[in-house]
Design a protein around this ligand. Sequence first.
Ligand code: SF4
Length: 417
Amino acid sequence: MAEARTELRSTAALRDTMSAYYKKLGDAVTHKSAPVAWCTSVGPAELLRALGFAVHFPENHAAMLGAGRTANKYLPVAHAQGYSQDICSYLTSDVGAYLAGESPLAAFGLSGVPRADVLVFNTNQCRDVRDWFEWYGRQWNAPVVGVNSPRSVGDVTDAEVDDVTAQLEALVPVLESVAGVRLDGGRLAAAMKAAREASELWERCLQTAANKPSPFTFFDGTIHMGPAVVLRGAPEAAAYYHVLLAELEERVRGGVQSVPGEALRLYWDGMPVWGRLRALSTTFAEFHTAVVASTYCNSWIFSMLDPADPWRSMARASVELFIARSDGPKERYIERMVELYGVDGIVFHDCRTCPNNTNTRYGMPRRLSEKLGIPTLVLDGDVNDLRCFSDEQARTNIEGFVEQLADARTHASRATR
Ligand code: SF4
């Protein structure tokens, strides 16, 4: 029998925060209270907020389709439009849902995804986001603008930061003309300050999981990261993370475990499997294993954002992003996380339709295992396409991995006696 995870009280405040965000987005469409911009997850949200846009993040919408396990219903609709089964299933499920005229945003009073006045991408994560936005741009005859960021970045250079800075600054005239206002430096600094504050609080929330036992897991993080994603640059995000942090610190003081009987700790690299979050979290909990940290949840920590230097610091955040880096910096990053969170092993998700956020295909799991002396597991799956995920296979693999970790620990403790 699976042991239940300990739920967080803050979930009620999270729901309120997210509902208010969706409602405001709906108001922007229905009452024309603000122009609507679409933004990729690490696009220039602070700039859009400073210009008064209501900002929609289609990746959040696609994750809702995945988590609600409706994505597979919509994928064939996009495939029939010539969008391959091999490309991002966020893109294909979102486009398919639009063509089917359905959206989980209906629960918040919206009739579907909000029609964009402008779509603003940043290819720091992948090319798919640009193709995704251009599909909608053609539907609505709306401008699609953005930043073409360097990828596979080794050590970040000034030339790369200069390039992205110039591209960000070049967006301003287009965005001003859509918004019908001039960019106010004070509003941009305020949005940067709000983003930085929320980022610091989110980082502190995640780092509570360095405590043993951990009060918070990767699976909790995928849900509670919502405000960090959709409210970047707005004060509501920090307001929520004050609440969450207080509860997590209370848990640490009280020794409350997110996974009852925590015996093993893991790190997760790659995308979540949105339609199997609960199943995976229950399986790990059943084996008294806490997945305490992840590259994914950490990707919304933007410590470099600086209200006094908005353009270059936004550019640096874009270029330094984990997903945009080459394997060397990625491995050094994961090594630091393994040490910080004291994990026994690493789970790599090989996400079928997202090679961009999959780090299993060029030898990284083996290299890290040999260097760090800890086992790694590769789980096959997908972010939204559940045809690529097998519950039985995942369970068998996790069970075998946990046994391997437990054996490794027993040998290590015998060796030190
Ligand atoms: S990073 Fe992956 S999941 Fe995200 S939009 Fe790009 S291809 Fe899709």
